[in-house]
Design a protein around this ligand. Structure first.
Ligand SMILES: Cc1ncc(COP(=O)(O)O)c(C=O)c1O
Length: 231
């Protein structure tokens, strides 16, 4: 079973309202994107995860939130959640710098951000192994670009290899088998620290949006071979 199919089935099983568009050659991708959308708009998964994180931080708004960005529903949902928390009086008007991470082979938001555009033209021939980030045309492009700029944030790319290496580093340092989207965020934050765009004292929330279990084919497991002892 392919990764995209696994993700789509998981989301369907979770009760998300995914649809298959008959005859569309990329229906699996559409399912995944719909799943992320329903996640952000209906059940508020990413914003919910962020609210839980705020609670752990004693309701202190972090300085930076880094999100693996596809269609944008996660980033927009998180921003909306922040507005709702302010309306509830749980946080003030301060906002984290919102940072979008995409892959080099599919980075419409990063390219539009760098060019100062308000809309993100669709990417032709999008190529990335990381299916959650293979979104050549983002539905929420202008909203995302607006909130990234308003928050003083940024948008940057990482390569697929850097994201996969990030996945490995999260596993070995945190014991979490993160999705490669989470690995991309990890690789992105390392670049930002190197560029001194993030101060080591700042509070940074990295959003990992899935489990590596859905990406078995991207992870190679090489086991050391030892000589058999005895009979
Ligand atoms: C695991 C995962 N992470 C991140 C994304 C991108 O999220 P968004 O479309 O909300 O920007 C997706 C989208 O499908 C996804 O499946």
């Amino acid at each position: 079973m392919s990764t995209k199919s696994t993700k789509a089935r998981h989301k369907r099983f979770d009760g998300h309202g995914n649809v298959r568009i008959d005859g569309h050659p990329r229906w699996r991708l559409i399912c995944c994107t719909c799943g992320a959308m329903s996640k952000a708009l209906n059940t508020h998964n990413s914003p919910h995860a962020l609210v839980k994180k705020f609670e752990q931080l004693g309701w202190e708004v972090p300085d930076v939130v880094v999100y693996p960005t596809g269609g944008g529903t996660g980033l927009v949902g998180i921003w909306k959640a922040l507005e709702e928390l302010e309306q509830l009086g749980w946080i003030g008007s301060r906002r984290p710098r919102m940072i979008a991470v995409q892959t080099e082979g599919c980075a419409p938001i990063v390219r539009a951000f760098e060019k100062g555009l308000d809309h993100a033209p669709a990417v032709e021939n999008a190529r990335t192994k990381i299916s959650g980030l293979r979104v050549p045309a983002a539905v929420a492009d202008s909203i995302m670009l607006g909130l990234i700029r308003r928050s003083g944030g940024t948008a940057l790319t990482v390569s697929d290899d850097e994201a996969l290496e990030g996945m490995r580093e999260i596993a070995s340092s945190e014991g979490v088998f993160a999705a490669p989207e989470g690995g991309a965020v990890w690789a992105g934050i390392k670049k930002l620290v190197d560029r001194k765009a993030i101060d080591p004292d700042e509070r940074v929330v990295l959003m990992n949006t899935g489990t590596g279990l859905k990406y078995g084919e991207l992870v190679s497991f090489e086991f050391p071979v030892v000589d058999r002892v005895g009979s």
